[in-house]
Ligand binder design. Structure first.
Ligand code: FEO
Length: 171
């Protein structure tokens, strides 16, 4: 059985993951509109991964006999000025998410909720990979600067990315 503090904190993370999914979906739309299908595809896959994260926590709450309560999801941003701005926001956002996961882990440790610490370890590891991947894209975008040909080249590369084989989500 899950205790109330852990349950409430996980509910808020369900909302946060849904927000991440919506944010990346909004970025997908903006990038597709700007004629950058590879960057757009990168964000579409990120949005799908965030939804998986959301459902992973959602299902865990149910599995532990908890109570799922969804909250309001803030409206994501829009009208970015450049790919650099999008990539920078993604990096900042993932750093924020890592902080949220670390806070959840702190709560699980304080509560001596060993099942939750084991569950959250997957997210700790996932954030290392996420931060590394998005940081890599940002570095490349920064290196490109105003070189349009290089931007289109990177766009083509990103379009070849396939969804990372995340572990199965229990439905
Ligand atoms: Fe759900 Fe990108 O962290």
């Amino acid at each position: 059985m899950i205790n109330k503090e852990m349950n409430d904190a996980l509910n808020r993370q369900v909302d946060a993951e849904m927000y991440s999914s919506n944010l990346y979906l909004a970025m997908y739309g903006w990038l597709a509109e700007k004629g950058l299908p590879g960057f757009a595809e990168w964000m579409r896959l990120q949005a799908a991964e965030e939804y998986e994260h959301c459902m992973r926590i959602f299902n865990y709450i149910i599995e532990r006999g908890g109570n799922v309560q969804l909250g309001a999801i803030p409206k994501p941003g829009a009208g970015w000025k450049s790919v650099l701005e999008v990539a920078s926001e993604v990096v900042d956002h993932e750093a924020k998410v890592t902080g949220m996961i670390n806070n959840l882990m702190d709560i699980a440790i304080q509560q001596k909720d060993y099942a939750a610490t084991a569950f959250l370890q997957w997210f700790v590891t996932e954030q290392v990979e996420e931060e590394n991947n998005v940081g890599d894209v940002l570095s490349r975008v920064k290196m490109i600067g105003d070189n349009t040909a290089a931007l289109y080249h990177l766009d083509a590369n990103l379009g070849q990315r396939t969804a990372s084989p995340a572990p199965e989500v229990q439905e």
